[in-house]
Structures are given as structure tokens and as C-alpha cells.
Design a binder for this molecule. Structure first.
Ligand SMILES: [Zn+2]
Length: 401
């Protein structure tokens, strides 16, 4: 067999569980690509052919390209001033008066044109790519009107042409209530369902629809259902910011709509988590936000394990609650805060992150899947979860190149 390219002198962390090895490790392995896909994976001694190009990896570990399945990477300005004020003792009221909070990001995003949104997101994207990320999800949600939501999603799509990375886009118009709808939250939810989602879908700008369910600071479960019904009419899968600050039944709601994922879920009940497992809804944990807002309430990992709910980990990269530019740091935080095992954490940024995006063509090293790889100079995969602030990525391959 003649391959386009072969990688040797490497250890493989295939993320295809085998027997009692959840990482599917192949020491001294080889991986071969043909037409952008993985054509063969196994022990080097059994490699069944030659390749036009052979790459020696100096004993590096190869993983599937990492997937950040929850980001808000496109936004105007940042909130460092608000962070500073809070540390100096300013009240939430004073910060709001000074123009802080999510609405300050909405203002800055509305004021930015598409080029500016792309330009400000690229350095953040580059930080993720430097760690071996090959797929990211990008949400809108700082426009809160059709024109700006569409502009954010167009900017997100452009990130995928400006860099070698797959970008999937999610319309999160139901993120917060914009100032022009102050006191009329339900009216805005209707606008999202009746106007914004149909228009975004007609233009093909979104691969999924998300909403923020929170009975105190975002949308009620009933309003969320209007948004989910609109997504269903548009033929788009749904995701949900669920049960982050209190149990609103968000996990069960997401499951009822067959959501790809329910995200945050610190306060989700065991029943909600079991419903997610039954529906195939992935639980996306966001330890960067957990850390940054100094949350204390842990997600119920034991219930997730007992029910068999798949767990993913993501940066939640956003200017307000998780200015996190490192998916590797999320691995460490997932293990330290949530006590995930190394195998659970690594599945969370590969196999299960792919599932959280509805993708079946990536997330593991197996024949037929896209040849997206991350190469790491580590002694064993656990090192990826162990270091705080070290980036051992020494190579990144996208679609076999
Ligand atoms: Zn989020």
C-alpha cells in the first residue's frame, strides 16, 4: 500500500478504548494518511506499506487533534477594566454604572465591523492552535440583534479560512436580554425564535442553536423551548447553557430535545444527568468559568459516571467569565477541580468533544477518520493533564497535512 504520509518513531494515544486501556495506547506506533484521512494505525513493525513522505517524531506522543467544543471567541473589546474594578472593591452596581457586565461586550461587539471581530479573535485562536487544537466551536451571543449575530457568525466562519482549523458555528442569540428589550425578556425570546433563528438558518450561518437557561439572569425553560422549537423548524441541532448557577431543570430540558450537549451543569440533578445519558446528550464541563467566578458547587461527576453520561471539557473562552486561552489548562483544571481521571479528561477534549459537536469523523485515531493530529513531547499522556502552564505541543496536522 502507498500512503501519502506516515508518522513513525512515535507513541499513539488513539482514544479508542481497548480492553482495560481507555486511552488505546500503542507504543512505538505508526499512523498513515491518505487523502486527508487516517488510512492505517498500529504498531510500527506491522506498517503495511510505504509513503511518499515519512515523518520521524523523536518519540513524541500523537493524539487526535484537540477539539474545543465551547467557545465565545468572537467578541469586541475585553473586560480587564471590570476585573480590575472588582478587585479594587467596586460593587456590581458600580460596575454596571460604569458600563460593565455582558452588555459592555454587547456594545463593543455591535460597534465592531466584521474585519475587526476577525482581527481581535485571531490571536486568541492562535493560542489554542499552538496547543494542538484542530477544531473549535464558536458561538454568537454578543449581538442580540440579527445584524450583529449574523456578523459574529460570519466572522467565526472566516476564522476557519484564515487558519488551518475546522470551525463550527452556533447561534446563541438567546444569551441575554439586550438593553432595548429591558423588562421585556419574553418579547426578546420571541424575536429570537421567530426572526433571528430563521434568518440565520436561511443564510446557512449556524451549525447549531444554543440558549442560556437561568430563571434569574437569563431565559426561563419555557422561553428556551420557543428557541428550541425554532431550531427544530430550521433543522438545526441544539445545545444548552444549563444549570450553571442553580437547578432549573436545564439538563432534562436539553435531553428532551435531544440536545448535542448540555454545558456547565454544576447544579444539574442526578435525574437530569441520567436523562442526558439516555438521550446521548454530552455533558460539557467548563472549569475555566468554574474557576474564574470562584464557583464552589461541583458538577455531579459520580452521577455522570453512574449514568454513563459522556463528559467533555472546553475553555468557554469568553471575556466575562472565562478568559481562558488554553485547552491544556482545562485538562488540568478538570482533573484538579472535578477529579476527572486522565482518560476522562483526554476523552473530553477529543472523542466526547466531537460528540458534543455532532461530529463522527474525528476525535480518535482510527482508520477512516480525518487525519487531524496533535504531537506532544511528553513521557506519557498524563503529562498533558499534569503541568500547569506548559505547552509541550511540537506538531499539529490538519487533514493529513
Ligand atoms: Zn458559554
Amino acid at each position: 500500500m502507498i500512503f501519502d504520509r506516515v508518522w513513525v518513531d512515535a507513541h499513539l494515544c488513539t482514544m479508542v478504548p481497548r480492553g482495560d486501556d481507555p486511552l488505546g495506547v500503542i507504543e512505538d506506533g505508526a499512523i498513515a494518511a491518505k487523502d486527508g484521512r487516517i488510512a492505517w494505525v498500529g504498531p510500527r513493525a506491522e506498517l503495511p506499506g510505504t509513503a511518499a513522505v515519512t515523518t520521524r517524531c523523536d518519540g513524541a506522543w500523537i493524539l487526535p487533534g484537540l477539539i474545543d467544543c465551547h467557545t465565545h471567541i468572537v467578541f469586541g473589546a475585553n473586560r480587564a477594566r471590570e476585573f480590575e474594578m472588582r478587585l479594587e472593591g467596586a460593587s456590581y452596581e458600580a460596575i454596571a454604572k460604569a458600563g460593565g457586565g455582558i452588555l459592555s461586550t454587547v456594545r463593543a461587539t455591535r460597534a465592531a465591523d466584521e474585519d475587526a471581530l476577525v482581527a481581535s479573535a485571531l490571536p486568541r485562536l492562535d493560542a489554542l492552535l499552538a496547543e494542538g487544537v484542530t477544531t473549535i466551536e464558536v458561538k454568537s451571543g454578543y449581538g442580540l440583534d440579527l445584524a450583529t449575530e449574523a456578523r459574529m457568525l460570519r466572522a467565526a466562519r472566516r476564522l476557519g479560512t484564515a487558519r488551518d482549523v475546522t470551525v463550527t458555528t452556533t447561534c446563541l442569540a438567546a444569551h441575554a436580554t439586550p438593553p432595548e428589550f429591558a423588562g421585556r425578556r419574553a418579547d426578546f425570546a420571541r424575536v429570537v425564535a421567530d426572526d433571528i433563528i430563521p434568518a440565520i438558518a436561511a443564510e446557512g450561518l449556524a451549525d447549531a442553536v444554543d440558549a442560556f437557561t437561568d430563571s434569574a439572569i437569563a431565559f426561563t425553560p419555557e422561553e428556551t423551548e420557543w428557541v428550541f422549537e425554532a431550531a427544530r423548524r430550521a433543522g438545526l441541532p441544539v445545545k444548552l447553557h444549563a444549570d450553571q448557577l442553580r437547578d432549573d431543570g436545564g439538563a432534562a430540558l436539553a435531553a428532551r430535545y435531544g440536545a448535542l450537549s448540555a454545558d456547565h451543569i454544576e447544579y444539574a440533578s442526578a435525574e437530569g444527568i441520567a436523562a442526558m445519558a439516555k438521550a446521548g446528550t454530552v455533558g460539557v464541563l467548563l472549569p475555566g468559568a468554574f474557576y474564574f467566578i470562584r464557583e464552589q458547587h461541583l458538577p455531579d461527576i459520580a452521577a455522570m459516571r453512574a449514568a454513563g453520561t459522556r463528559i467533555a471539557l472546553a475553555t468557554d473562552l469568553n471575556p466575562g467569565s472565562s478568559p481562558a486561552l488554553s485547552l491544556l489548562l482545562m485538562l488540568n483544571m478538570g482533573c484538579t477541580f472535578f477529579r476527572l481521571t486522565v482518560a476522562e479528561a483526554l476523552a473530553g477534549v477529543t472523542r466526547h468533544a466531537a460528540a458534543a459537536l455532532g461530529m463522527t469523523d474525528r476525535g480518535a485515531l482510527a482508520p477512516g477518520l480525518r487525519c487531524d493530529l496533535g504531537l506532544y513531547a511528553v513521557s506519557r499522556p498524563a503529562e498533558l493533564c499534569y503541568w500547569i502552564g506548559r505547552n509541550p505541543c511540537v506538531g499539529r496536522v490538519v487533514a493529513g497535512r
